[in-house]
Design a binder for this molecule. Sequence first.
Ligand code: SF4
Ligand code: SF4
Length: 484
Amino acid sequence: MNAPLGLGPGSRLFEARRKVLPKAVEGPFRRFKWLVMAATLLVYYVTPWLRWDRGPYAPDQAVLVDLANRRFYFFSIEIWPHEFYYVAGLLVMAAIGLFLVTSAVGRAWCGYACPQTVWTDLFQHVERMIDGDRNAQIRLAAAPMSVAKAGRRVAKHGAWLLIGALTGGAWIFYFADAPTLARNLFTGDAPWIAYSTIFTLTATTYVLGGLLREQVCQFMCPWPRIQAAMMDERSLTITYKFWRGEPRTHGVKRAKDAPALPTGDCIDCDACVAVCPTGIDIRQGPQIGCITCGLCIDACDSVMTKLGRAPKLIAYTTELDAQAEQRGDASVPALRRLLRARTLVYFAAWCAIGLFMLATLDGRSRLDVSVLQTRNPLWVRLSDGSIRNGYQIKIRNLEARPRTVELSIDGVGVLWREEGDRTSATRSVRLTLEADKVAKTRFFIAAPAAGPQRQDVRFTVRALDPAGETAVAASHFERPEAQP
Ligand code: SF4
Ligand code: SF4
């Protein structure tokens, strides 16, 4: 009987993973990758150490997610929990920005700036420094275990773990004052969550960047599957010009020995495959494993230069330009390629959200009040026959300085603090607010029993400073149901 699915004894359902050991390469795309790697790592590691003076009542760290006080600081911008829609807006802008970049220049994010790409590239560079370039790594992998091989393995994995620890270490500095936390980490006084976060991020960085590498892009990340919806025939992508490269000549010698044969420019040297960080052969056409890093272009261009042939056998190009080149026509002008309905819509949406957020950030109120009426009991009859209601009032002072404000009511009765007494009741009270804090105070309002069962009452908070900023909240005053 035939084996199901044609599987015989010893067959496997999945092909075993072939470890990708990319060869070092030089060229413009490699230099650009170095530049982006340096910039992104610099931003990541240095940002928590930047200082920003906000006065004596707020932290002086330029970028800080202050979980304890529920604030997000970004240079001169401070986001409170009730303003979280700004963070949501930033995330939407990031997503639209990614759509825009993908539709214009293909998977540039994947190839250059994605953290998985940057850290994998860094890990591979460390691997080459310790084990040697691709061929040396292949020889080392095949060699029996020895003291020298074990030493290299320990050095490589130790270096990867150190990078992982530095990555996790830098991350926690975004959530607390960086210099203080750094001191506490070394003296053992940091909270356990700091140590456990470093441990977790060290492990994930080591596993994702050192062990899984290209498999994250090919099998785990959803973005390669989604991005096809943003790309069209005018999006840049890596293209092997098969009409120029085929039929292949299988080696430099044959190309030189038989120049008269009708051969293509590709000499089947596999240099483009050897440098590919995801281990694919771009000559098989566009594929999900291609992160469009351009390293195969660098490798092939250097081969073409050595052969004295025109470069760009593999190139960044659009489907339309590739077809035009094949026909011998002129390519689409770069501006026309970029300015098309899809990119313009993404750009307009990105600008609109950004401008709206900037405008509202600038004009947002720095004083806020909210009122919660006590429901149990809803009302109390006082000894003089009047009715009393209770309220919890929260006043947010969003300024990084103390402020004096006046709280007043319109519509009904007089108010006093819960801990005070009725004799101090008035229509307005003065309060001193701490800088950058929420003041919670319980108040009573009393009014004559005669009146509507439910009456509107308006609470107004006015800052007693030259700006005179005000905030208003509406609530109700409840009386017992009138007896027939
Ligand atoms: S095929 Fe070329 S562009 Fe694509 S991932 Fe490999 S080296 Fe980078
Ligand atoms: S590097 Fe260029 S010449 Fe060599 S196999 Fe790749 S496409 Fe062909």
